[in-house]
Design a protein around this ligand. Sequence first.
Ligand SMILES: [Fe+2]
Length: 238
Amino acid sequence: MIDIHSHILPEMDDGSKSVDESIKMLSSFAEQDVNTVVATPHFYIGETSVEEFLEKRDRCKEKLMVGIGDMKRPRISFGAEVQFFPELYSMDRAEELCISGTGYMLVEMPFEEWNRYTYMTLAKLYTAKGITPIIAHVERYLDFQKESDIEVVKKLKDVNALIQMNTSFLTYKPSRRRALNLIKKGLINFLGSDTHNTETRPPQLRPGFDIIYQKLGDDGIDAFAYWGEKIMEKIILV
Ligand SMILES: [Fe+2]
């Protein structure tokens, strides 16, 4: 299992606050048999440059690598959760914010109704930069849009975006049916924990897959297995 959305880097963003906390998060992933975790700290344009962000990420990575020693842990890759902005496709060095080695960028979309320019910006990421956007926690934008859940995700697919859903959308009973409805249609490519800490936003991935398996069987898991393998072909891990 791969978690492509996490805030496990110590003292990097509003995620893990210490190396100790990061170690607890990684141990929990290991107990769930999660073998790969992508660290995706927030990148906010206006607050930092790509250069500053990457330097800070390197420092936090070093701290973490020293702290974790030879503990039993998933392998780790590095990326960013990049805040959407209209000129994202023309930003210098944007490709360096992709998940290492992959050309896939986790993008946090605006929490408002999207228009055709929003979708066009996503499309241009690929045409201008060869970057494939992965929409972070897709469930969090759906209520801002006029169309149905399925129509919104299909429009994202039409501009070649991949889709990530947070595990909590499945584990939280009131939203489970809505989550399964999208998964059943094969519209979700990745699950993510979006973990920020060990308490209120814990490193939970397996419970999501357990629910999918219980409710939909192998058919439900297949798309995730396919995209998990596909990303593993190129990803750089430590
Ligand atoms: Fe996140």
